[in-house]
Design a protein around this ligand. Structure first.
Ligand code: NAD
Length: 176
């Protein structure tokens, strides 16, 4: 039987910690489903990139890391306004899976309550390899380019990510 795992994240943007954890999961399972969480969100300071842009970044980053992409599925998953039904919602979008990988306490709780095996992969350089930190550095003009794979950087240049975020910061008054 094919052993399939799932990792759900917002990947705003994907960073080197995400790629490291994906490589590690692929040593344990045959196939990996990458759930692009909050798929409906884009063009805000917390969620600047569309689901399609995030798929593009992840696809290229995994190819760069030498991962066989026939073992990976990218599934955009919009949020729902009710945590109690979220797991059923995820199941309705994703291919079948047995193991859930997550460091997110809510994600872990919701899947455990539905009887799934949940594993917590180790965090890599969490202070730097973190979406919030990368987005902050982009807006403040600090160095962030070394925190994402080269291919993610190229996609971000292609879609003019810095310009987009700077424009968003002019209208998004929730800037943290
Ligand atoms: P994230 O992008 O912050 O992280 C994704 C995964 O990568 C996490 O499991 C985390 O442990 C791992 N990771 C992050 N940094 C790492 C590092 N440095 N090293 C190794 N691993 C690292 O995403 P998230 O916040 O966990 O995403 C959860 C998604 O699920 C969100 O989109 C959320 O909205 C969604 N969700 C929705 C509902 C709902 O709609 N009701 C309920 C629960 C969760």
């Amino acid at each position: 039987m094919t052993e399939r795992g799932i990792l759900i994240g917002r990947f705003q943007p994907p960073h080197l910690g995400h790629i490291e954890v994906m490589k590690q999961i692929l040593e344990e399972v045959d196939e990996l489903i990458i759930g692009i969480g909050s798929a409906q969100l884009s063009h805000t300071l917390d969620n600047p990139f569309t689901a399609g842009e995030r798929v593009l970044m992840l696809n290229k980053a995994l190819a760069e890391a030498g991962i066989d992409l026939t073992r990976v599925y990218f599934i955009p998953i919009p949020d729902v306004n009710n945590n109690a039904i979220w797991v059923s919602h995820v199941l309705s979008y994703a291919p079948p899976f047995t193991t859930v990988y997550s460091g997110n306490a809510l994600v872990k709780r919701l899947f455990k309550e539905r009887g799934f095996e949940v594993k917590t992969p180790p965090l890599y350089k969490r202070k730097e390899y973190q979406g919030t930190e990368i987005r902050k550095r982009i807006l403040r003009g600090k160095n962030w380019q070394n925190l994402v794979p080269k291919s993610v950087l190229e996609v971000m240049e292609e879609i003019k990510a810095t310009e987009r975020m700077k424009d968003l910061s002019k209208t998004d008054y929730l800037l943290k």
